[in-house]
Design a protein around this ligand. Structure first.
Ligand code: ADP
Length: 224
C-alpha cells in the first residue's frame, strides 16, 4: 500500500529552488535513505514531508494519515542537555501532537510499551541529561514510536553515536520496517556502498537526482 507520494514536487526558499519536480512513491514497510552532500537539500526534503515547508509547486500526498502523525526524530544534538525532564516525560510528549491527554492510562501503557520495544524501560525515571548519547537516541525513537504507527522520519540519527549504538540503531530500524511494516525515511551521511541499509534511496545531487531501489542505485554507482 502506498504511504507517501511526491508529485512533481518543487521546494524552494523564495526564488532559490532546492528540490525540483521530484516524483517519488513509497509504500508501507519501505525504508528510504536520503543521501547527498551538504547543502543538497536533504533537510529541505524532510521539511517538505513534515509540512513545515510548503511546496512551490507540486504536492506531497500522505495516504491515510496527517503530518501530525509522522514520528519525527530530530538530530540528537538539537535537544538541550539540561532540559529538565525525565525519560518517561520525553516519551509521553510524543503523544501531544495528536492532542492526547498525557494523563490517560492507555497512553501511559503505550509509553511503557515503546520503552520496552527500544530496550530502555529501566531508564524510565532518569533525567534526559544524565544518560548517554546512544540512550538518548533510543528515547527519541521511543517518543516517535508513540507518535506514529505509520511513518518515522529520522534526520541524521547516527551523528554522535559510537559504532555499537549505530549498529543497534540500523538493525532496529531494519527490523521495524521488515517485521512491523513501519515505513521509515532516514537522512544519513553514513553511506557505505558495500553495506547499504534500507530498500530505497533518494540521492540528491545537483542535476543528478536519483530515486529508486537500493539495488538499482548500486548498479548505477558501479556503472559510473
Ligand atoms: P542538506 O540538509 O542536504 O545539508 P539543506 O536542505 O539544509 O541541505 O539546504 C539546501 C539548500 O537550501 C542550501 O543551499 C541552503 O543554504 C538552503 N537553505 C536551507 N534552509 C534555508 C532557509 N531557511 N532559507 C534559505 N535557504 C535555505
Amino acid at each position: 500500500m502506498e504511504i507517501l507520494r511526491c508529485d512533481n514536487l518543487t521546494l524552494a526558499y523564495g526564488k532559490d529552488v532546492v528540490i525540483s519536480e521530484l516524483d517519488l512513491s513509497i509504500s508501507e514497510g519501505d525504508f528510504l535513505c536520503v543521501v547527498g552532500p551538504n547543502g543538497s537539500g536533504k533537510t529541505t526534503f524532510i521539511n517538505g514531508i513534515l509540512g513545515l515547508l510548503k511546496p512551490k509547486s507540486g504536492k506531497v500526498i500522505l495516504n491515510g494519515f496527517s503530518e501530525k502523525q509522522i514520528g519525527y526524530i530530530p538530530q540528537e544534538n538539537l535537544i538541550d542537555d539540561s532540559f529538565p525532564a525525565s525519560v518517561f516525560e520525553i516519551v509521553l510528549s510524543g503523544s501531544l501532537n495528536e492532542g492526547h491527554n498525557i494523563y490517560n492510562s492507555e497512553i501511559w501503557e503505550r509509553a511503557e510499551s515503546v520503552l520496552r520495544t527500544v530496550g530502555i524501560f529501566k531508564l524510565k525515571d532518569k533525567s534526559f541529561g544524565e544518560i548517554s548519547g546512544g540512550e538518548r537516541q533510543k528515547v527519541l525513537i521511543a517518543r516517535a514510536l508513540l507518535a506514529s504507527k505509520k511513518l518515522l522520519v529520522l534526520d541524521e540519527p547516527s551523528n554522535n553515536l559510537d559504532q555499537k549504538s549505530k549498529k543497534w540503531l540500523y538493525e532496529f530500524l531494519e527490523k521495524l520496517s521488515r517485521n512491523d511494516g513501519m515505513t521509515i525515511i532516514m537522512v544519513t551521511h553514513d553511506l557505505d556502498h558495500g553495506n547499504l541499509i534500507g530498500n530505497k534511496i533518494l540521492s540528491l545531487r545537483e542535476k543528478d537526482v536519483f530515486f529508486g531501489t537500493t539495488k538499482e542505485f548500486v548498479r548505477k554507482v558501479h556503472n559510473g
